[in-house]
Design a protein around this ligand. Structure first.
Ligand code: KG4
Ligand code: ZN
Length: 353
């Protein structure tokens, strides 16, 4: 018997999730908190030669990738589209053309299947990705506790107080460049490819973080905001005056380690300070930069010292993915959140409240 939807007493609700806010085309199938499939097609290679995401190309590539990615996700989950109980997609924020591709595909599918549709806030989904654990992945909300959450990616650096499940308040964000952007732009100055973040992480492992002293912008500011463009500029002028360093492989490793240390110092200090001030017992982090091995290690040490629990999103759900969109959508459906109309538009500048 099929009950009314959404009905928390009826657990049988596999849902299909779409994520296309930037340069990852992703579709996931979620069922009772379990991630049955999380197919991701990354466009990194497509944009690498331009040194950044080209919005028009991203949108076209999403359109090309969407059908095969949805097919792959349904196949991996072992279900037919008719068995889906709901469809959800990222509604914003993000690149307009990219968002349009995924949102309209999701709405069209919900229309054809006559299923409810839910538009999801991309950053709100990031807030819950640290609670996706295990292999196979599943949402683990039994141990959920109020936390301070860092969302740190190529486009965003946001600090959020998550007061309860589905209740949050933004504490601060970057006033200029995002942390990932700082990794990528300083890496470009060092002649590294795009995106430079993962390369800097690798090279820094063999470098000396104290070799060069770069600024830690806003580390002691009396707020929860960030700024990284000054650090980038400082690296630019430093390399203008000492171009010979770029010919020296060890100097590049030291530069990577020193830049990384400056970024990580700021992120860790501000997260821990906010957590202590707000009296929460838990810190979480997600977004592409959370893949950074130094950030992960330093957060672990700092949280241990401060007596805080730490939940880091597993690497494969740090970067953009539809599993986190679906996991949040399922929590919302269980709490009877209002559905999103099938003609609802994208919200490219949707601010996290
Ligand atoms: O979340 P994401 O995939 O996309 C958005 O920006 O929304 O994050 C990508 C960002 C890029 O700036 C990339 O350089 C950075 O995350 N990143 C890293 C690492 N892996 C990815 N930065 C530092 N260390 C890493 N290991
Ligand atoms: Zn993201």
């Amino acid at each position: 018997m099929r009950g009314e939807f959404p009905d928390p007493s009826r657990p049988n609700m596999p849902l299909l999730a779409f994520e296309t806010s930037c340069d990852e085309t992703s579709a996931a199938v979620i069922h009772e908190g379990r991630v049955l499939a999380n197919a991701v097609a990354s466009q990194i290679d497509l944009h690498a030669e331009y040194g950044g995401v080209v919005p028009e190309l991203a949108a076209r590539e999403h359109l090309r990738n969407l059908a095969p990615i949805v097919r792959a996700a349904l196949k991996e989950a072992g279900i037919h589209a008719n068995q889906l109980e709901a469809v959800c997609a990222t509604q914003g924020p993000g690149l307009p053309g990219a968002l349009l591709a995924g949102l309209k595909a999701g709405q069209a599918m919900a229309f054809v299947l006559r299923r409810p549709f839910l538009g999801i806030h991309h950053h709100e989904a990031h807030l819950y990705s640290p609670w996706i654990v295990g292999d196979p992945l599943r949402g683990d909300f039994s141990s959920f506790e109020p936390n301070v959450s860092l969302i740190v990616s190529g486009g965003h650096t946001i600090l959020v107080h998550v007061e309860a499940e589905l209740r949050h308040r933004v504490l601060g964000s970057t006033v200029d460049d995002a942390a990932g952007e700082c990794f990528d732009k300083t890496g470009k100055l060092m002649g590294l490819g795009y995106p430079a973040g993962p390369l800097i992480d690798q090279l820094a492992a063999e470098g000396n973080p104290k070799a060069f002293d770069f600024p830690r912008p806003m580390i002691n500011s009396n707020d929860d905001d960030f700024s990284f463009s000054g650090l980038k500029t400082s690296v630019r002028y430093f390399l203008r005056d000492r171009p010979e360093l770029l010919e020296d492989r060890q100097a590049i490793r030291d530069l990577c380690a020193s830049v990384q240390a400056a970024i990580v110092d700021v992120l860790v200090a501000k997260v821990i300070r906010a957590a202590k001030r707000l009296g929460v017992n838990c810190v979480t982090a997600s977004g592409g930069v959370t893949c950074n091995s130094s950030l992960r290690a330093r957060l672990a040490t700092a949280c241990q010292k401060a007596g805080l629990n730490l939940r880091l999103a597993p690497n494969r759900v740090c970067t953009d993915n539809a599993a986190m969109i679906g996991i949040l959508a399922e929590r919302k459906l269980l709490q009877k959140t209002a559905m999103t109309p099938l003609d609802a538009d994208i919200m490219p500048n949707w601010e996290l409240a």
